[in-house]
Design a protein around this ligand. Structure first.
Ligand code: VGL
Ligand code: ZN
Length: 197
């Protein structure tokens, strides 16, 4: 098997002090760096929103973490984060980005959020990552990064549905855990056949 490490959204805005900080988000950087050498490929994702993105509460005069019905379904409204070209959108400065074969950006469509590295939140618009992995012969994925219950979860479930053998290394992930989201994500990943390590 050809096994890739998929590092999800290890960006300044998701680490303590960032706009959408995940508790302990920066604690996992050394472990992720150390893990990279054991994989055939390392791929990073980067949340990459235009200013005024439809997933931002500020775009709707709404409270952060409130819900909104979008044409594609319910959407959490987030604080402004990971704006293209901003400091907050940069990778954590200690992340070993030189090791990455590919950096895949997501969330650039102004009208649709993209938690998953494979499909936007309409669940149908592909990012192209599936084709990249297949053409490289990668059939096994281990996911680490932020946040366990959103972008890691959606990416892992999509990968399993697409036929990859998928492990989530939860020791190298941290969660937002908003309104039961971590429990729901863990159950959903297990139901999709994702290995939780
Ligand atoms: C994420 C919320 C909004 C994540 C990204 O990386 O889990 N969460 N954008
Ligand atoms: Zn985002």
């Amino acid at each position: 098997m050809t096994h890739a490490l998929l590092v999800i959204d290890m960006q300044i805005d998701f680490c303590p002090g960032g706009a959408l900080a995940v508790a302990g988000g920066d604690d996992i950087v050394p472990g992720i760096n150390a893990a990279m050498q054991y994989f055939d490929a390392v791929i990073l994702t980067q949340d990459w929103h235009p200013a005024g993105h439809s997933s931002f509460a500020s775009s709707h005069d709404a409270a952060p973490m409130s819900m909104m019905d979008m044409p594609y379904g319910p959407q959490v409204l987030w604080p402004d984060h990971c704006i293209q070209g901003s400091i907050g959108a940069q990778f954590h400065p200690d992340l070993a980005t030189d090791r990455a074969d590919l950096i895949i950006r997501k969330g650039y469509n102004p009208a649709i959020d993209s938690y998953s590295a494979f499909f936007e939140n309409d669940r149908g618009t592909p990012t192209g990552l599936d084709g990249y992995l297949r053409t490289r012969g990668i059939d096994r994925l281990t996911l680490v990064g932020l946040a366990t219950d959103y972008c890691v979860n959606y990416s892992a479930v999509d990968a399993a549905k697409l036929g990859f053998r998928v492990t989530v290394d939860v020791a190298l992930c941290r969660a937002i855990d908003f309104d039961g989201s971590l429990r729901a994500a863990t159950d959903g990943m297990a139901a999709a056949g994702v290995q939780i390590a």
